[in-house]
Structure formats: structure tokens, C-alpha cells
Design a protein around this ligand. Sequence first.
Ligand code: SF4
Length: 379
Amino acid sequence: MTDQAVTTIATEKVNLLDFDRQGLRDFFAQLGEKPYRAEQVMKWIYHRLEDNFENMTDVGKALRAKLEASCYVGPPKTLFDKGAADGTHKWLLGMDGGNAVEAVYIPEPTRGTLCVSSQVGCGLNCQFCSTATQGFNRNLSTSEVIGQMWVAAKYLGNVTHQNRRITNVVMMGMGEPLLNFDNVVKAMSLMRDDLGFGLASKRVTLSTAGMVPMIDKLSEVIDVSLAVSLHAANDELRTELVPLNKRYPIDELVGACRRWLERKPRTSITFEYTLMKGVNDQPEHARQLIKLMRRLPNCKVNLIPFNPFPGTRFERSGAETIRAFQTQLLNANVLTMLRRTRGDDIDAACGQLKGQVLDRTRRQAEFRKRLEEGASHAA
Ligand code: SF4
């Protein structure tokens, strides 16, 4: 099956979670049904989180039978879920035979954020990222992306437009979302759609490692917020940490961000910066970041203390260093936030989403080899 293909089951029934509003209307037209019927069913799926046509009581019996015969509402299967003491909740969701991804819910006093994955694993190999050690298998379908939100919303008792437990979604889980462009855009349109989860544009954020041409394309097709995984403000260090920087260096990335801001003048972009001890946390790094942020007025920096994982060569910066780095930025009038580490007891912090990846890049094998070499060098 291609990445763009809708998810089907053995009987070739269609998964309705693969359709955005227009897709659903088209499908209903094929069934000989009026568009408003598609919208009626869409409300059942996303507002009432109903996956059983039998329970869609205002849908006529004949249509229910037609739907039963031709389609289904198929969110991913929860293989495992776990809550942390601070209210963070994590789901491991089965995508097919051997693959699974993670979604994480992070409650705060004024909002609840769901972090969603876009690929099984990731091919970009950022050096400080736990997902990267697992290699890459495939893109997720639209139903597999929006299905993560559907599962979390059902578990949390989310009611669209009334009792929003999920107020924000960030595409920051496993994978580079802009490398799964069509499926991610469709899923985000369902997050935004009034008949879907009905979230405002500033509450749906896509985070990219810097896929420059796709940033431009994204700004043309959907209204969402943008975050960029920066982690270093000089090309040499950024290429080491985020190898994609070799293809799209900082100048090109800043150019794409400036074009984004020109198209969406009332928005801002968040730049994520993971602080690693002795790597990118020194005063000179802060100075480079300040210089870069001067080219991007009204944008924000989100400082993230690194979350170590087994086998990584990086360490979290000390509390003093983090404070000094933040102060240096604030003193230069760069809007800077420090992300509190959440869900520590369930490995749900940023960069720690692991899932289960049938690796097609053989990166897991290389990673294991490196670990073994490291262990024998230490011995
Ligand atoms: S940080 Fe993001 S883009 Fe980089 S390897 Fe990890 S998941 Fe992929």
C-alpha cells in the first residue's frame, strides 16, 4: 500500500478517518448520498467519538446498512497506556504487524497538549534524538495520524466545542511531519475543522527540523502554527546535531521562516533549542542565537533541557547553565521560555518518544554496534 493510500482492511472497506471533510463528501457522493449526510456522520465521529454506525441514531437505517457494508471508523489499537504522577498520559498505538508509535498528553493549568507522531521512526537522524536511534519504517496514513487524537480524546472524555481536554496539538512526536506532507495536512485539517476537533490555527503546531521547500508549501495550503527544531545557531554545529542542515543550512531556513512570516504577518514562529551540556549551552552559543533571532522579529525561543536516553553521548545542561543561557537571551529581548520536563516517570518528555519500529534503515543495528563498542572501550 502506498503512503497516500487510504487504510483498508481485508474486505476492502474504507477507513473514514482517512478522509477530510471534502473527501468524506466525495465518498458519500459515490454512495449516492447527499453531502449533509457526510457532515452528519463526521460530527458523530469527531464530536461524539462514535465508531459504531449502529449508534448513530439520527442516520437512517438504510444509510447505516450501506456504511456498514462499505466502510468503518478505525482508530489505531491501544497496545499500552500509562499515566504519570503529574497527569501526563502516554499511549503506545499499534499501526500494523510490528510497528507502533507513541502519543503523549500533557495537562497544564490552562491547557492540555497532545503530542502526535507523523511517521514510524524517523530518517533524519538528529544526533540527540531517541526516535532517531530506532531508524525509519514508513509514513503514517491520515487515519493513523488523526486516529492518535481520536484515541486520546475518547480516553480523556474530550468534547469538541464544550469540554476540551485537548486544547492544543503539536506534531512533535516521532517523525518529520513535512516528509509526510499530504497525510499530515489532511489530519491537521481535521484537527482544525469545526466538524472535526475544531481547534484554532494557533493551537495546532507543526514542528519541522527545517524542510525548507515544504515550509513554503505548507504556508500556502493550511493555517497552522510553525515550530522549528533549531538546536544550534551556527551551521557547523547544527549540521552535526541536525544532519538535514547540510542540505538546508541556517540562511535558507531563516529565509523560509521570513517568507512564512510575510505570508502570515500576525503569527510568530517558535524555535526549539535543546540544551546539551558543553555542546550548545555556552554564552557564545547564546550570542549566536540572539543574532539569528534579530532576523526573525516577534519569534520565540523554547529552551528544552535535554532528556538523556540509554546510549546517548549527550548530557543535560546544569540548572545554573540553563538559567544563565535563558537570562542572556531575555536580556537581549528575545522572548524565551523554558520547557519544564514532564512525564519523567513514563519517558514522555521531548525526544523520548520511542514506539516500536521495524527499522528499514538498519540504524538500530548500527546504534547497537556503537553501544557495544562504547561498552568494550569503557571496559
Ligand atoms: S528530532 Fe525529529 S526530525 Fe530529528 S530525528 Fe528526531 S524525530 Fe526525526
